[in-house]
Design a binder for this molecule. Structure first.
Ligand SMILES: Cc1cc2nc3c(=O)[nH]c(=O)nc-3n(C[C@H](O)[C@H](O)[C@H](O)COP(=O)(O)OP(=O)(O)OC[C@H]3O[C@@H](n4cnc5c(N)ncnc54)[C@H](O)[C@@H]3O)c2cc1C
Length: 361
């Protein structure tokens, strides 16, 4: 078989590449940005490998072995160590400005596992196992058309220069909404199909995450877990993100919607540090660093439709490509997974299913 094209170098795309490599099927992977990992992004402070320092997840941080099997297996296979989210200690509850409660039991994130070195270490390990000559960064796909029994794929690079690639089969490993709204498909993949894909929300695309790095996890000395929930904000959900042997950190999801975050701009970091000081005491006022990532403003993840913050949607009901695209286009991003849609486990699930189809091709 001629070489399969994979679009997207996030977890799903890298996993598809890994599985194709194992099968001995040639592939080329086109990634629109200059880095691999997609929603997986670990920011570093100091030397990541040796203390003092650390890698801190600005995208996903957890997987759940109690009900996921692919993520634990991949982490082990890549030679990485996972350990439970630190939850020992009391949780802080911020109901209204100045109204704090200390709750002694019941950490909501019990059973969540983090990867040592951050999930960026998983991406690096997967990329190391792949043939670097088959991974093309800065290759954003803008159009695909069916040509005979194959697909012609058009990309633009960072300078705006275009290229064309031909493949017998394409695996898209990016959110369905992004596929429908940012890549031109010719012909249409079937009546109502693009609208249906555009209606599938991209999990966590509206989120922004902040990591605040400290010399030591001082909150643990006060019997606090570092976990907090707030109805005030800016952070609504806070966790201890201290890596083993590295600098301590608190991390959280910003509850303000994207348009408010845009208005607040750089003042967000100060507002977060003020909030942490209110929750965890005066030692929180002097962080070593504040890292943040606003995913809603990433054009290779979110579109305008992703602005509303939401709870986890049900995935898996979308139609497949039909007509001339049937059998030529396989959907492998996390949002295409029938069971674990939206999660990293879903990216592995959907890419495994796509490669199963390639095997039968
Ligand atoms: C803040 C946050 C927290 C999260 N927390 C968790 C968690 O704790 N646990 C969990 O399981 N999941 C979590 N998730 C979801 C998890 O990140 C995703 O399920 C997973 O990373 C999706 O992988 P993917 O490969 O399907 O898609 P993506 O990671 O979105 O990868 C898609 C890739 O396609 C590229 N791309 C896009 N358009 C084009 C184009 N036109 N041409 C070429 N390339 C293109 C992108 O640059 C990207 O690299 C979180 C996500 C976020 C943002």
């Amino acid at each position: 078989m001629a070489e399969v094209l994979i679009i997207g170098g996030g977890l799903g795309g890298l996993h598809a590449a890994m599985l194709l490599q194992e099968l001995g099927v040639g592939y080329q992977l086109l990634e629109g940005s200059d880095r691999l990992g997609g929603r997986i992004l670990s920011g570093t402070v100091g030397a990541a490998e040796s203390p003092p320092g650390g890698a801190y997840d600005l995208g996903p941080a957890w997987f759940w072995p109690a009900f996921q099997r692919r993520m634990p297996a991949l982490v082990t296979r890549m030679g990485l160590t996972a350990r439970p989210q630190h939850t020992a200690g009391a949780l802080m509850w911020e109901e209204a400005p100045g109204s704090l409660m200390r709750i002694e039991s019941g950490a909501p994130t019990d059973g969540s596992m983090r990867v040592d070195g951050g999930l960026g270490a998983l991406v690096d390990a997967m990329a190391m196992d792949l043939d670097a000559g088959r991974i093309h960064r800065g290759a954003r796909v803008v159009a695909m058309r069916v040509v005979g029994r194959g697909v012609e794929v058009e990309t633009v690079d960072n300078s705006g220069a275009g290229s064309t690639h031909l493949a017998p089969l394409v695996i898209t490993a990016l959110p369905l909404r992004l596929l429908a709204q940012t890549i031109h498909l010719d012909p249409d993949p079937g009546p109502g199909v693009l609208a249906a894909w555009a209606g599938v929300p991209t999990w966590m695309a509206a989120q922004a995450k902040v990591v605040v790095v400290y010399e030591s996890p001082f909150w643990r000395e006060d019997g606090l877990s570092g976990e907090a929930r707030s109805r005030v904000g800016p952070l609504v959900e806070i966790h201890d993100a201290t890596p083993p042997g590295g600098l301590a950190a608190l991390t959280g999801f910003v509850g303000w919607p994207p348009e408010v975050r845009e208005q607040v701009g750089d003042r967000l970091a100060d507002a977060v540090v003020d909030q942490l000081t209110g929750l965890f005491g005066p030692r929180a006022a002097t962080p070593l660093a504040v890292l943040r990532k606003d995913w809603a403003r990433d054009p290779l993840l979110a579109t305008d439709d992703d602005a509303p913050l939401m709870t986890h949607p049900r995935y898996g009901g979308h139609p497949g490509p039909a007509g001339a695209w049937d059998g030529l286009l396989l959907l492998a991003g996390a949002e295409a997974a029938p069971e674990s849609g939206g999660y990293m486990e879903g990216a592995l699930e959907a890419s495994s299913l796509a490669v199963d189809t390639v095997r039968e091709h």
